[in-house]
Design a protein around this ligand. Structure first.
Ligand SMILES: [Zn+2]
Length: 300
């Protein structure tokens, strides 16, 4: 039997590491400042000089060393208008980054002691940082669809469910394969073709099942290979969609187990979180740092 894989040492980041690096709000503010202006140096908007900016008392402001003009590292970030302490925000991000399948607002409430309303707001805002606009670059891609919500009762169950289209690159020696998952209006030919065109590089090999919506992908410049699921043939050599199906089961397990009920309205943001995790699955619990980086990257 294979021994249970543990996180390699360099990818471990324990709660003790977290508390050492971020003991208080000041340390968190300093971190955001460093992200936005490394070493605190920025060109002053007032005097135009490139200068170091120093913290102003215990305010969330830094002042230009030359003319004293103030800058605010939290401006335009998800923290800007929040009355919740930065350390609590950071801890919530740490929790989201150190669990395998995600964490619910309820768990954030329990762990941080904020109200449920606050926890839910934080949770949504942190998750909003995780959407990435990526295009797949691998030349071997599996494409598949899944359905979310509703029940399979009655004739028209598919019409009450939300379709999701997923595309995943197969990993190779150089790098791990990444995934894109999008809520779709339907799984008709035009829709699937549009998704393929948007996310998959021309000339890639695309693996799909026999669903008619994938008909004609071969005319779009792709090498199209299909699995004959209906004939109970699931794997023929490298012709399979096991990678994307593995991703779907993680999503379903997560949404069912951690998040319970997710409405169609919020489904995309949950998918974004799962994609973000999947695309950084080689980062161990340094995933927290990847989430943290998004704060300044997404600042307006
Ligand atoms: Zn200045």
């Amino acid at each position: 039997m294979k021994p249970k894989q543990s996180i390699p040492k360099e990818l471990r980041y324990t709660v003790a590491d977290f508390n050492r690096e971020f003991p208080n709000d000041d340390a968190c503010l300093e971190c955001i400042k460093e992200q936005r202006w490394p070493n605190g140096v920025t060109q002053c908007v007032k005097c135009g000089v490139e200068r170091k900016h120093h913290r102003v008392g215990n305010r969330t402001a830094y002042a230009c060393q030359s003319c004293g003009n103030h800058i605010y590292p939290l401006a335009g970030t998800v923290f800007e208008k929040s009355t919740t302490s930065l350390k609590t925000w950071f801890y919530a991000m740490y929790l989201m980054g150190s669990t395998r399948c995600g964490i619910s607002a309820k768990q954030i409430q329990r762990e941080t002691g904020v109200t449920y309303k606050t926890a839910w707001r934080m949770f949504r805002q942190i998750r909003s940082l995780l959407a990435e606009g990526l295009q797949l670059e691998g030349s071997t891609v599996e494409m598949d669809e899944m359905f979310h919500g509703g029940t399979r009762r009655g004739h028209y169950w598919r019409e009450r469910m939300t379709p999701v289209v997923g595309m995943v690159e197969r990993s190779d020696k150089q790098r791990i394969g990444r995934v894109v998952a999008r809520v779709a209006p339907d799984i008709k030919k035009q829709t699937l073709r549009r998704f393929a065109k948007e996310y998959i590089l021309p000339k890639s090999v695309v693996f799909t099942d026999e669903h008619v919506g994938y008909d004609g992908l071969e005319n779009q410049g792709y090498t199209h290979k299909r699995i004959r699921h209906t004939a109970k043939v699931y794997v023929t050599g490298d012709i399979h969609t096991n990678t994307i199906e593995g991703f779907w089961s993680t999503v379903k397990r997560g949404i069912g187990g951690v998040y319970h009920n997710v409405s169609a309205k919020y489904l995309q943001t949950y998918l974004d979180e799962y994609c973000f995790r999947y695309n950084r699955r080689d980062k161990g619990n340094l995933l927290f740092k990847a989430i943290l980086e998004q704060v300044s990257q997404r600042a307006s």
